[in-house]
Design a protein around this ligand. Structure first.
Ligand code: PHE
Ligand code: NA
Length: 451
């Protein structure tokens, strides 16, 4: 009986953890950002470097964040084993923590604007706005939407209010569990759209070669940095979010296997999105490098022209909204935690203040699509500036600190035991975590400075 009890508890905690981590990872990054970054960065060159970054840098850093997080709540044995490392750990934590909180704050401000677009598109699709339209028509609708700052504000506010409500009421648990149903749903709808691209557009071949035919000549420093940054963004790395999820972990969870699961799910969803969107791009002579509006211009063409498209479109944007919410709540959490600890505000007050501040910054982001489009910081509008600052600099740098800390300053023998690795497998982990991942990040930075 006690065995039964124990295994049930283990399953419950592992499951909840996998759901929360996957919920944070899978979001707008996969369906909105990955395809448009691919388009902007020239296709396959970006996709291939992104996949390499995910496998050689993202995955080890994900494991490192969980390792550190799980140690944070560690039992006295490890605590004593690492007395010497303790000080360094505290330092690393505080720097990573500070940059991480700031990063999540900034990211959520523009993430919420795009989340708002997804909510708006539930209603646009549902009311038949896109029926029979081609790329020209959906493009005009999207441009009109972007130009209307009041409409953008309404939906940004709705999305942020949902995020604040969920975090304040602490109903995230229910949401994570719901995402257990939602995520497969999202994958199925994406697959239907991939099938539509394959059979109804006549441009599937072109899309596939755009995405996957290696064109190494297109790889330069800026493509590398974009791919690296997106690897961090999509796996929710470099903000201490995965670290704090790791702190709820029991020892029975196999970190490597779990990381593999999360990484594969995240990557598959992104690739499906790419394969759904680019056939529509090419069939309608749209610009692959159209930028942040890409999915909002392309997918409605499919929804407006396929049988059952209205229903499927509504379902798609609802699922996308949920995927975005399971990510946005994880983005709000660090700032809320900080306010809760450092101010007299309670949980609800902290959530309102943090969420309110992020909402206000989000207004500056949404205005950069219309009234403030001329206002630039270092050549970027506010939206692009915040996106690039966080993805390309803040996340990779804190990620670098994390992996250096885990691979060079923590007791390696205890990590070996914790990951259950022996012989060649351990050698591989050792080489990747000590050399490949950190040097990879550094090379990308140097390459991007030179180009
Ligand atoms: N990983 C999320 C996505 O792909 C975005 C995110 C980034 C969430 C950073 C949390 C932290 O949409
Ligand atoms: Na993601």
């Amino acid at each position: 009986m006690s065995t039964q009890k124990q295994s049930h508890a283990q399953w419950g905690s592992r499951m909840g953890f996998v759901l929360a981590a996957t919920g944070s990872a899978v979001g707008l990054g996969n369906i909105w950002k990955f395809p448009y970054m691919t388009g902007v960065s020239g296709g396959s060159a970006f996709v291939l470097t992104y996949l390499l970054c995910i496998a050689l840098i993202g995955l080890p850093i994900l494991v490192a964040e969980w390792l550190i997080g799980r140690r944070g709540q560690k039992n006295p044995i490890h605590a004593m084993e690492d007395v010497a490392a303790q000080n360094q750990r505290a330092k690393a934590w505080s720097i990573i923590g500070m940059v991480g909180v700031l990063g999540s704050f900034l990211i959520l401000s523009f993430y919420s604007v795009i989340g708002g677009w997804a909510v708006d598109y539930i209603f646009m699709t549902g009311s038949g706005t896109f029926a029979g339209l081609d790329g020209d028509g959906t493009g005009k609708i999207f441009t009109g939407f972007l130009g209307n700052h009041e409409q953008l504000l309404v939906w940004h506010t709705v999305f942020m209010a949902l995020t604040i409500g969920i975090v304040a009421m602490g109903v995230a648990g229910g949401l994570e569990r719901a995402s257990k149903l939602m995520m497969p749903g999202l994958a199925v709808v994406l697959l239907i759209l991939v099938a539509y691209g394959a059979f109804a557009t006549g441009a599937f071949g072109r899309a596939l070669s755009f995405l996957f035919t290696p064109d190494w000549s297109k790889i330069n420093g800026s493509v590398l940095l974009a791919a690296l940054g997106h690897a961090f963004f999509t796996l929710s790395l470099g903000m201490g979010i995965m670290m704090s999820y790791g702190s709820y972990l029991g020892q029975e969870v196999n970190l490597l296997k779990t990381a593999r699961t999360v990484v594969i799910l995240d990557t598959v969803i992104a690739l499906f999105a790419g394969m759904a969107i680019f056939p529509l791009v090419f069939a309608n002579n749209l610009e692959p490098a159209a930028g942040p509006g890409l999915i909002f211009v392309t997918l409605p063409i499919a929804f407006g022209n396929m049988t059952g498209g209205t229903l499927l479109g509504v379902l798609f944007f609802i699922l996308l909204t949920f995927a975005a919410l399971t990510s946005s709540i994880s983005l709000l959490e660090p700032t809320v935690e900080l306010l809760e600890e450092k101010t007299p505000l309670g949980r609800k007050g902290a959530t309102l203040v943090a969420g309110g501040a992020i909402w206000a910054l989000g207004i500056a982001c949404l205005l950069s699509f219309n009234l403030w489009s001329e206002f630039t910081i270092l050549g970027n509008n506010i939206f692009d500036f915040l996106d690039k600052l966080t993805s390309k600099f803040m996340l990779p740098l804190t990620g670098l600190g994390t992996i250096i800390f885990a691979a060079w300053f923590m007791n390696q023998e205890s990590i070996r035991k914790e990951l259950g690795l022996q012989g060649g497998a351990y050698m591989l982990w050792h080489i990747i975590s000590r050399f490949v991942a950190p040097i990879g990040v550094i090379i990308v930075f140097v390459a991007s400075l030179m180009s």
